[in-house]
Design a protein around this ligand. Structure first.
Ligand SMILES: C[S@@+](CC[C@H](N)C(=O)[O-])C[C@H]1O[C@@H](n2cnc3c(N)ncnc32)[C@H](O)[C@@H]1O
Length: 170
């Protein structure tokens, strides 16, 4: 039984081994395409599923990796053809908070007590502070990286000591 879940693995860009046997790779799509600059790109998950409603019992995984889309899509053709949207997926411009709130809730549901959730976020469209308000869990630590320093890596753990915030729904 694989004890690490990647809830939306995309192209598995940050893996040392894209076939790591400890990781269950999940995504909502499977594609094999060529990006506008000629690079090949594929999404090839073990499981096709939605992170808002995952097909695993409570407490299944020791670690969950959650790197959801960070770009908002308003519906234009230009946006749809943007290579970043093809590569990273997208969030609905209206309703993105609900998507991520449900995604976080599912990630914590399938995580075992004392397990870790590794969350990655890029602040291109939405500030990380807005995202952290979508889960009642308080992060343990985080790190900012990337060429423009707008990518956040954040570690959560599932325990009562970190479950101390009330969800605010503006
Ligand atoms: C930022 S990319 C992940 C990149 C990946 N971590 C990597 O290293 O290449 C986000 C992924 O989330 C997937 N996705 C979007 N909505 C989803 C959903 N509701 N359930 C599961 N996966 C979803 C997209 O298909 C996309 O591949």
């Amino acid at each position: 039984m694989k004890r690490i879940l990647d809830a939306c693995c995309g192209g598995k860009m940050f893996y040392f081994d894209k076939h790591d046997k400890s990781v269950l790779f999940q995504d909502i799509r499977k594609i094999d395409t060529t990006l506008c600059d000629g690079r090949k790109f594929s999404v090839d998950p073990d499981v096709l599923a939605d992170f808002k409603s995952m097909p695993y019992p409570d407490g299944t995984f020791r670690m969950v990796v959650f790197d959801p889309p960070h770009l908002k899509y308003t519906g234009s053709k230009k946006e749809a053809e943007n290579w970043q949207m093809v590569k990273y997926g997208w969030l609905p411009a209206h309703g993105w908070k609900d998507v991520l709130r449900r995604g976080f809730a599912e990630c914590f549901r399938v995580l075992q007590d004392g397990g870790f959730l590794i969350f990655k976020w890029n602040e291109t469209d939405i500030k990380v502070s807005e995202i952290l308000a979508l889960t009642p869990y308080k992060p343990v630590f985080g790190h900012i990286s990337g060429k423009r320093s707008n990518t956040h890596w954040i570690c959560f753990t599932k325990d009562d000591a970190h479950l101390e915030r009330t969800l605010f729904d503006p």
